[in-house]
Design a protein around this ligand. Sequence first.
Ligand code: FES
Ligand code: FE2
Length: 463
Amino acid sequence: MSKVSGAPLRAVPFKITNPELIPSKRYYDETFFELEREHLWPHVWQMACRLEEIPNLGDWIEYKILDKSVILVRGKKGVQAFHNACRHRGVQLATGHGNCKTSGFICPFHGWRFSMDGENTFVFGRGIFSEDVLDQAELNLVPCRVELWGGCAFINFDNDAPPLIDTMKPIADRLDVRNVDKLKVEWWVSSVLPTNWKLAMEAFMEGYHVMRTHPQLYAQPYDPSQKAEADVGGSPARARTSRQVVETFVHHMELLGDGMGGMVSKSDIAIAHELIESGIELPEDPTQTVPAFMLHLNDEITTRARARGIDMPDLNYLRANNPAAPVEFIFPHYFLLPQFGNMSSYRIRPLTAETCLFELWSLMLYPEDEQRERPVAPTPTPHDSESFPEIPKQDYSNLPLQQLGLHAVGFENMRLSKDVEGLISNYQRVIDGFLEGRDKNELAKAIEIGSGPLGVPIQDIGF
Ligand code: FES
Ligand SMILES: [Fe+2]
């Protein structure tokens, strides 16, 4: 539990003292990892499952984080979460996923039973126990806090933590209007990376690496809204006629969407090609070409999706009034990538100090009446597999090398750009706030400031 305001703070090893310098030992030191286990993970809202994983009464799924396991179940009272331990002698009741509508949860050790709502319904040989250890309230499964947002269930082990929304209101405002809660899984892949969880997260927190890691994405069309980012590290290739500009732009969409599913979907790209071929009029002024094309494209994507019965938001309205960042981070380990109407999303969980479980979903808006299969957690694919899409493959190729390099003699700190790598610093200083035991409301505010869009400057998070 966080300390009240004014209580002395804990000393944190490898604490950040200069926001532009991140001590390398934070990514492999076992003591630091244990401090995160003790003081970070038990107090944060964690995306535990997508609601589609438990669509029907009695469906349940296990969420694991380090040495803790929680069962999320769709019970009679809605989605509930329970700490995964039999009330007799602690055996985990459920691993993986399933449905307990008729059976409830039955402990494999001595057969105690629990309903889908966590109530103890059976103690084998009841008379052999003292009545005073069989108090019904004590026998029921211990509930874990759960809140729903964005088509997902989030859990928090801390009963005193502020509500989820208090840590992410600006992100919710940007994504709710995009019907984030209606997205459904197109596909789901995972991998175990030989990398600290924070390092894997940080690979998505800046666009600065695009120039070298994803060179195919760097040849940008001339779009003033993208110019500042594209100019970091060199000038992008410039196209000439409006048709060439827009062809380059659509080629960029193809590269960005290659194997990435919802972020830029195949159907978005097909519509873009059709628009070019239809010969739409576009301004010859290259600074106006892409914005004009985007208006047409957003209109077309919106109209066609709605004709198919998809609850697609008005993409042009959103572009004008409620733009989302290309990556939106929900502290500590979940993020979404909205581009058009669909999204990709990632979750990165620590396994050990130097390994993490990396998951990637393609999320799509489907016609309201289309039945989707219940998605099931994938078996992790080797991180060096050729089967990964090009962009994650390029990111994965750097991360293990970075983890190794952090151990090098003389490498004490990462040095960050104050302007475009600020999210990394913001995030890391929020983590310090948890480790030193700051007040929970102060932490909620810091999370709200310190998470959010990628590529932001270093910010004052309040401490
Ligand atoms: S440990 Fe579950 S019934 Fe004994
Ligand atoms: Fe990348």
